[in-house]
Design a protein around this ligand. Sequence first.
Ligand SMILES: Cc1cc2nc3c(=O)[nH]c(=O)nc-3n(C[C@H](O)[C@H](O)[C@H](O)COP(=O)(O)OP(=O)(O)OC[C@H]3O[C@@H](n4cnc5c(N)ncnc54)[C@H](O)[C@@H]3O)c2cc1C
Length: 397
Amino acid sequence: MDLRHSDPDEEFRTELRAWLDINLPMEMRQPEFWRGKSDDERFEVRREWEAGKARAGFAGIVWPEEYGGRGGTATMKAIYDEEMAKANAPSSVNPLGLAFLAPTVMALGTEEQKREIIKPLLHCEVIWCQGFSEPGAGSDLAALSMKAEQHGDEYVLNGQKIWTTNAMQGDKIFTLARTSSPEGGKKHAGISMLLVDMHQPGISARPLKQMTGASEFGEVFYTDATVPVTEILGGEGNGWATAMLLLSFERGSSAISQYTEFHKQWEEVVELAQTLDRDGQPAAKDPVLRQKLAQSLVDLECLKYHSWHVLTQTSQGKDLGFEASMTKMMWSDTFRRVSDTYESVVGLGFQVPDPREDLSLTELSTLAMWSRSCTIWGGSQQVQRTVVAERVLGLPR
Ligand SMILES: Cc1cc2nc3c(=O)[nH]c(=O)nc-3n(C[C@H](O)[C@H](O)[C@H](O)COP(=O)(O)OP(=O)(O)OC[C@H]3O[C@@H](n4cnc5c(N)ncnc54)[C@H](O)[C@@H]3O)c2cc1C
């Protein structure tokens, strides 16, 4: 494991910090800035800021320059994520496009798709959604039933997707649909990945309210929606292989930015425990709570060194393969445990918004609620454990 960054990597950090000092307004770094704003207003502020960042060359850090990227190293990307987390910069409005779609298009797309998709996505001109999950197909994704029937030079789509992140703000959606019946009952066959325009009469989106009060995801209904037959990524009937490649791009990312974010969260929980009164003394004096706080710190440090290990491996060009499931499990468990410690400090009352705070949840309460979702999306914890057991440890099925 290499615990030092090279001089060019550190120069990049200095350049990025200087840019953030000037271009990330102080008020935007504070939770109060976002309070009282609607989902749409928040989204637009983030979108504008992210587009400016891309114009300044701080986007697509490891992407080749021909796609508008910076052509940097895996370490530069880790530094970039870390500095964004440290500065409390707004999170990306186009995470599905950036993390999943763009690398898949670079690998499998036609020249026209590369030209038309990658740069507009990087500059947030087009917001992409991921339309995989359905009410009857989540962990068992191959059970999906959305149909795409060919009529002349277009497909006609009918069906429903659910849990679609940014459903209300999305411009386009990369979606899985059945373009033919599965051959010989093989449910992975006959699926294609289609690139569908969401601004058409055949598509309607409905928000789903989360327990934080926000509606970051929603349901998407397709009623005779259309897409040209040319708008397929990876070839007709190859949707399963394309989807597996796309999902694998989450791999290789270290968890350094998550460590930075969760450590900040942990520090705030400790501060709260030191100030909050419990039975006439600061909550931090409670021996059981002290143990929990200490255990969270141990978890965090383990996550930090695991992240450095991943970064060292990927910097050396190694493919972590299914071991990447261990990183996902580790960071989501750590996040959950830091959040559970917060619950132990403040009690379950944190779930009720404070009327003195415009009925908004505090930042720590929002994080504690959000942490519940991380062990579900991108493959649930149970499914990841099976992957590690079978594919990494080689245990019998
Ligand atoms: C915040 C958030 C954002 C999301 N964004 C998107 C998005 O943008 N696009 C999209 O397509 N989807 C999205 N999803 C959906 C996500 O991918 C699914 O929720 C996930 O795959 C689980 O599917 P499910 O909800 O249908 O649960 P199910 O698959 O029904 O699972 C229910 C429970 O059963 C367990 N289980 C299921 N199968 C097994 C098994 N074989 N072995 C052991 N346990 C099992 C699971 O672990 C889980 O605890 C999002 C989800 C969340 C929470």
